[in-house]
Design a binder for this molecule. Sequence first.
Ligand SMILES: Nc1nc2c(ncn2[C@@H]2O[C@H](COP(=O)(O)OP(=O)(O)OP(=O)(O)O)[C@@H](O)[C@H]2O)c(=O)[nH]1
Ligand SMILES: [Mg+2]
Length: 495
Amino acid sequence: MFDTPSSHVERRLDGLEKHLKQENPVLLQVVQSFRDLDAIAYRMGLLDRSESFATRVPWWPMISILGTFSSGKSTFINHFLGHKLQRTGNQAVDDKFTVICYSKEENIRTLPGLALDADPRFPFYQISKELERVSPGEGRRIDAYLQLKTCPTEKLRGKIIIDSPGFDADAQRNATLRITDHIMDLSDLVLVFFDARHPEPGAMKDTLDHLVKNTINRSDSNKFLFILNQVDCTVREDNLEDVVAAWQRALAQSGLTAGHFYQIYNQEAANPIEDALLRERYETKLKEDVQDLQLRIQRVEVERAYRIIGVLEHTAKLIHLECVPRIQEWVARWRKAVLLWDAILYGLIVAGVGSGILVHNPPLMSWLEIGMWSSGTTPWQSVLVDFLAAVGTVAFFSIHVLIRKWTARFLGSRLLREVEQPELHEYLRKGFKRNTGPLASIFRKQPVGWGRLTQMKLMRVLKNSDAYVQNLNDQFTNPSGRADLPNPKVMLEVE
Ligand SMILES: Nc1nc2c(ncn2[C@@H]2O[C@H](COP(=O)(O)OP(=O)(O)OP(=O)(O)O)[C@@H](O)[C@H]2O)c(=O)[nH]1
Ligand SMILES: [Mg+2]
């Protein structure tokens, strides 16, 4: 069938559905709508069957923890998960990036980097190619850079957390820097950790140079949160304000004057604070900042769910409002061009070349005339006439095919030049090709595959995406949490 995906895509979507079944039933239904949209796009030739709109969406929000070494990144993650998942210690402990994701299996599993490189559901799919590009030879050593850990905590449902090795741009290889940049690009939230024991610019230089300076001019700079960790170390000298001020001066020197700043510590790792008043002051500030951080982390998941439905709706509208009319318009131009060139060339051939040859070759004409109309046709003459007729037909047809092809190629590239949105280019290129291909009629008014049934299907996807949003509203505005709503209430339109 034209509208079914390849077995490879089918397997990927099945895997995605399996995960979402555990994590978010509303999004599980969204996958079905992506499947419907895929089927429409396959039928219209906008998408290859080896692709799916669903695999172009990052399904899991990603929260990454970057920062200086021994600043307490792994301790923070362990505390957040409520599991002692990552090793911690005062020496540089982590030398790899760890992608942490949910699994309901009780046993924590650690898988090599290859597992991430080969799995399109994760944000490091085919990263080895990229590593190979920036540092030849390193692509094969993917396991030295990345690992995957699974953890059964509810806190992880529907998201991915990344722990990273302490940042040290000098010592770091290109490959590590490349992974860091990749993480910063893809993450929904980046927590940049600093160590309150060393708040002076010298100690933070690499981190400031690379992580902070790079974040300032980004359009998504809002997703970077700057965290001064281990502030309990200021208890002894009671100089929290001075340390925070020194830290903020260092950030400001790197250009960061506005942003989200937090001061936290880990109560289990910290020395107990003896003085009751001091303890209360520290704990109150800690509670505020940790709550705020947790809210930001929660919001990421909510925002991502809405964004995925947004992509579904956007893609459906893109097909309906952009691809269909543009393909229609440019196929009409193509039809006109083909008919015009057909007329010009056939006219020239028939009128000019054909008559010219015959008029200027009276012997040939009289010979053919004898062959065609006289009763005394010789076998050779009749064979020649048949042969010429066949050659003529093939030549005429080939000219028509060439005209179709060349005009389609010419108009196809003009179409792409005229369209400004780059995301449309691929769909229009493929769709226009399907509509001007060897099997497409030039007299077709509607784009290939854009029949009544397809139109109804697309309208259903749009209607359902509204229903998904309502369902998410119910889910996320329900104060008792999503666990109460295992079965989405949404009434979906079905075929
Ligand atoms: N006093 C105090 N110590 C902490 C705090 N958080 C972590 N530590 C300790 O600091 C050391 C480093 O913590 P890690 O969590 O391993 O730091 P990391 O940033 O993951 O280190 P690398 O992975 O090596 O870059 C450990 O000995 C922790 O027990 C804190 O808030 N206060
Ligand atoms: Mg660590």
